[in-house]
Design a binder for this molecule. Sequence first.
Ligand code: HEM
Length: 361
Amino acid sequence: MKMNFCLLIAIALCFVAVVLRGLPVPSSFSSKPQLDPLFYSKTCPQLPFIVYQILWNVSKTDHRMPASLIRLHFHDCFVQGCDASVLLNNTATIVSEQGASPNINSLRGLDVVNRIKTAVEKACPNTVSCADILALAAGVSSVLTRGPCWIVPLGRRDSLTANQALANQNLPSPSFNLTQLKSSFAVQGLNTNDLVALSGAHTFGRARCSLFVDRLYNFNNTGKPDPTLDTAYLKELQKECPKNGPGTNRVNFDPTTPDILDKNYYSNLQVKKGLLQSDQTLFSTPGADTISIVNKFGNNQNAFFESFRNSMIKMGNIDVLTGKKGEIRKQCNFVNKKSSELDLATVRSRESVEEDLVSSI
Ligand code: HEM
């Protein structure tokens, strides 16, 4: 990826726009006043630039990373809200969401988030939440891949818990039909337009064969491929995902522009080139209200960008912890030690120093 000054300007403009109030704040944001794009303007003004710089560098060599980070924010928000619960590792008291079936061997970008957190802690210690880093990383990832720019509302705090069972329950499956998809989004307060707009994130990134191979050979136990798959595309996919193969190969979601956030996801659906069943069903369910939305976005990238921006902000507001709830984690993969534990640790280390002193006399 080449150095692109337009992208830098786009990021800078976002923040200048907030200050000058030159850009309209999306309605979905103004109805949720607890987050604020200027939340860290005094305590960590360099935050967006740290995130941008690290992601710009990473995405020069890892073109897939922006997609992986947008997905990480989605998988965070759909499970007890946007609280960085997805980042917590297994410990004696935490059962990590990373072990849930939609996440296992699938999530990427955890190390990149840690790299950002380390840089942010150095610049502004104990100030910025991991949940906000995830939201900012998603916003920057969109800009880096030529997608829309939005003003990221901030001020989320990090959870003290994770919920693997809820991750299994709330994250939608690639074989969901339209009714199931709609209800999975409705649980999060997201409507049909949000469903279609956010599914547009499948305009980049990859999916493993095992997640859609049934469509290629034995759809719904018919012994035949999914009839809503274009036949030439079917042949390409069959080459990439052989019958009875291990299912571990990764295929581009968008065969036309695999690493760009654009409207091609929708033009692909219009010609039966959706990769997952949950993608194609938005266009191929007879009589569905989603068809006209796919057509609108497929024919007008600005309309898609406008909706994607609003729906990402709406998703980023799901059940956020603010004020005194939760905490600002020091390390994104672990909750902070309780102050009683810290006190104990301090007492112990003081005791051991004193013991050393005594013994050395
Ligand atoms: C509508 C329901 C959705 C379903 C059923 C679904 C399912 C999936 C599946 C099965 C994968 C491939 C995982 C793998 O290969 O391990 C995937 C990847 C991806 N999903 Fe979704 N997803 C949905 C919605 C979303 C939303 C709302 C977003 C973001 C706003 C999103 C962003 C992505 C991205 C960017 C990737 C590629 C990630 C990468 O390459 O690392 N998805 N999704």
